[in-house]
Write a protein that binds this ligand. Structure first.
Ligand SMILES: NC(=O)c1ccc[n+]([C@@H]2O[C@H](COP(=O)([O-])OP(=O)(O)OC[C@H]3O[C@@H](n4cnc5c(N)ncnc54)[C@H](OP(=O)(O)O)[C@@H]3O)[C@@H](O)[C@H]2O)c1
Length: 285
């Protein structure tokens, strides 16, 4: 009876369905929600664009609240989906629990988790301060692992979900002058590949994306502008996000952004001597 009284007006745009009169909430066709960390710039911002264009609701996480709000506004205007902003410093030890609690408080269910935020510092290990080293380890390892654990438990309850962790092509090597960062990314590579296998008999997937040098704010923050790592050229963050999206949807275990990166990641298997491999990496840096 109640429903009869309410004039339900279905209005189809090319992507979305609005139920006018019943609720003011804008609903996507698929209603899935993706949480993206490090979404205020670089690859994460491009991931937000890709997922928004595919009709997902999005939760954007990073420190820069203003940037996140402006991205949210742009995406909501362009695609009419729901975009939430969740400012958080992910280098803090308790940041994963804070994000998880806030997501729960807002009544959001996360279908896809993209652990993208990360940073490194170029230079000798002895020049890396204790505080910055801890931040690198927290953001690249601890927070990623904890966020994965917290949201995966929910995904297991519904036997559905996807996780994408961002490592690096450098994850396969021992990289002098990026010793802590590259080792942290090695952890992410191995952790995610192991998880991919553990989840093989479920409807939940875990993939790891390994970008090579990419044109983002990462190089400047790492103070690596004069290093050799970028001399071979950089790819666009848009391309990396598009390849990451496709790989995630196809349940690829390890995703590389192009043939050059794939070849680079095969170095470890082509050169059996780790001493030689590390010496080559040292010269390259
Ligand atoms: N660019 C490359 O060459 C390259 C190569 C291989 C792997 N990667 C990996 O790709 C991922 C994305 O990096 P990117 O290249 O897009 O770098 P980017 O342009 O520097 O973006 C990094 C993102 O992470 C966020 N972030 C940094 N520190 C944070 C913190 N403490 N708390 C919360 N968010 C933080 C930044 O936002 P706020 O500053 O607003 O917090 C920003 O949104 C990283 O995991 C990186 O390690 C990059």
């Amino acid at each position: 009876m109640l429903l009869k009284k309410i004039s339900i007006n279905f209005c189809y745009s090319n992507k979305f369905v609005y139920f006018r009169g019943l609720t003011n909430t804008k609903l996507n066709k698929n209603m899935e929600t993706v949480l993206i960390t490090g979404a205020s710039g670089g690859i994460g911002k491009e991931f937000a664009q890709v997922f928004a264009s595919k009709g997902y609701n999005i939760v954007l996480v990073a420190r820069s609240e203003d940037k996140l709000k402006s991205i949210a506004k742009e995406l909501e205007t362009k695609y009419s989906n729901k975009v939430e902003v969740l400012p958080q410093d992910l280098s803090q030890a308790d940041s994963a629990s804070k994000i998880y609690s806030e997501v729960k408080n807002r009544g959001i269910a996360i279908d896809i988790l993209i652990n993208n935020a990360g940073f490194g510092k170029f230079g000798y290990f002895t020049d890396l301060g204790l505080e910055e080293m801890t931040e690198i380890l927290n953001i690249n390892i601890t927070t990623v692992t904890q966020l994965t654990s917290l949201f995966l438990k929910d995904m297991k309850e519904g036997n559905s979900g996807k996780i994408l962790n961002i490592a690096s092509t450098g994850a396969v090597l021992s990289l002098p002058k990026l010793a802590v960062y590259a080792s942290a990314k090695s952890y992410i590579l191995h952790f995610t590949e192991a998880l991919h296998y553990e989840l093989k008999d479920t409807n939940i997937t875990a993939s790891v994306l390994c970008p090579g040098p990419t044109e983002t704010g990462f190089i400047k923050r790492a103070e690596a502008e004069n290093s050799n790592i970028i001399k071979g050229g950089m790819v666009s963050p848009k391309l990396v996000a598009e390849i990451g999206y496709k790989g995630l949807m196809r349940n690829k275990m390890t995703i590389t952004a192009g043939f050059k990166d794939k070849l680079f990641m095969m170095l470890g298997t082509l050169i059996p001597s780790r001493r030689l491999l590390t010496a080559m990496a040292g010269r390259l840096m």
